[in-house]
Design a binder for this molecule. Structure first.
Ligand code: NAD
Length: 276
C-alpha cells in the first residue's frame, strides 16, 4: 500500500499530502465511497457541513475498522455560520453527525468579506482548538489580504489554506504567500475538471512516465509541495489518484505544466463570493 508523505503544520501536527475529497458524493453512497477510499490507502477525508454527507463520512470511517488516530478528518464551517456562536454550533454539529469527539482540522470554508465576520469566526476557532474540539485550525479560499488580517488581529497563523488550484489556475502568488507564513497549500479541484488532460505538456509527460494525465497533474501539485484532495467514487480511480510516488516529473515538464496557467477559475472568486 502506498506510503503517503505528510506535510508538517506550523502547530506541530501534520497532514497526508494526498486525501480524498467528498464534495458532491451523494449521502447514500458516501459511506461506501469513504470505506473504499480508506481500504485503498487514503488516510485523509476532506468533508464539509455543506456537502451534506458527514453522516456517511462517519459511517465509512467506522466501517473501515481503522483506529481513529490513523485517519485525518477535515470539515468546514459554512458561510451562514460565521460568528462565534454559530461557528461553535456548526463544529459541535459536525462532531455529532460524524460521530467523533475531536476533528483533526476545521476550516473556515470561505471568508465572505461582505459580512465581515471571518475574524470573529477565527477567534472562535482558536478557542475551540484550545478546548480540544479540533487539533488544528485553518482556512479555505482566503486571499492574501484575508490571511494577513486574521494573522494581524489574532497572532494565530492558520495551518492550511485550501484553495482552488490546478494547471489553469496555478496560483503562484498565493502559494508563495502561504509558504511565507508557514501555511500548507491544499488544492481543491486539483484535477481542474480534466481541462488540461489533453494539453501537450500533460499528455507528453504522461506518455513519457507511463502514467495517466490525472496522475501527471496530481504529481505536478506534489512536486510543488501542495497537498491534494482528488475525488472519485470509482475504486480504480481512487487507487490511480494515490499512485503518485514512483515517478518524477522533470524540471522541463514541471515548467511546461506551469505555463498552462491562464488564471481562470472553475469556481467563485473569494473576494466577492457570499452564497449563504
Ligand atoms: P477533482 O479535481 O477532484 O475532480 C473530480 C472530477 O474528476 C470527478 O468528475 C471525477 O470523476 C474526475 N476524476 C477523478 N479522478 C480521475 C482520474 N483519475 N481520471 C479522470 N477523471 C478523474 O474536483 P473536486 O471534487 O471539485 O475537488 C476535490 C475536492 O476538493 C472536493 O471533493 C472537496 O473535498 C474539495 N473542494 C473544496 C472546495 C472549497 O471551497 N474549499 C471547493 C471545491 C472542492
Amino acid at each position: 500500500m502506498t506510503d503517503i508523505p505528510h506535510l508538517p503544520f506550523n502547530d506541530g501536527n501534520s497532514i497526508p499530502q494526498v486525501g480524498f475529497g467528498i464534495w458532491k458524493v451523494p449521502p447514500e453512497i458516501a459511506a461506501d465511497a469513504v470505506a473504499s477510499a480508506l481500504k485503498t490507502g487514503y488516510r485523509l477525508i476532506d468533508g464539509a457541513y455543506l456537502y451534506m454527507n458527514e453522516a456517511g463520512l462517519g459511517e465509512g470511517l467506522r466501517r473501515s475498522g481503522l483506529p481513529r488516530e490513523e485517519v485525518f478528518v477535515t470539515t468546514k464551517v459554512w458561510n451562514n455560520e460565521h460568528g462565534a456562536t454559530k461557528a461553535r454550533a456548526s463544529v459541535e454539529r459536525s462532531l455529532k453527525t460524524i460521530g467523533l469527539d475531536r476533528l483533526d482540522l476545521v476550516l473556515i470554508h470561505w471568508p465572505v468579506p461582505s459580512q465581515d465576520l471571518y475574524v470573529e469566526t477565527w477567534k472562535a476557532f482558536i478557542e475551540m482548538r484550545d478546548e480540544g474540539l479540533m487539533r488544528s485550525i485553518g482556512v479555505s479560499n482566503f486571499n492574501v489580504d484575508h490571511l494577513e488580517r486574521i494573522i494581524g488581529e489574532t497572532g494565530e497563523v492558520p495551518v492550511l489554506n485550501q484553495i482552488e488550484c490546478h494547471p489553469r489556475l496555478a496560483q503562484p502568488e498565493l502559494r508563495a504567500a502561504n509558504a511565507r507564513h508557514g501555511i500548507v497549500t491544499q488544492a481543491w479541484t486539483p484535477l481542474g475538471q480534466g481541462q488540461t488532460f489533453e494539453a501537450e505538456a500533460v499528455a507528453s509527460a504522461a506518455r513519457r512516465a507511463g502514467k495517466s494525465p490525472a496522475q501527471v497533474v496530481l504529481r505536478w501539485h506534489i512536486q510543488n509541495g501542495t497537498a491534494v484532495i482528488p475525488r472519485s467514487v470509482n475504486p480504480a480511480r481512487q487507487a490511480e489518484n494515490l499512485d503518485l510516488f514512483d515517478f518524477d516529473l522533470t524540471e522541463a515538464e514541471m515548467a511546461a505544466i506551469a505555463a498552462l496557467d491562464v488564471g481562470v477559475r472553475t469556481g467563485p472568486d473569494p473576494s466577492v463570493f457570499k452564497m449563504l
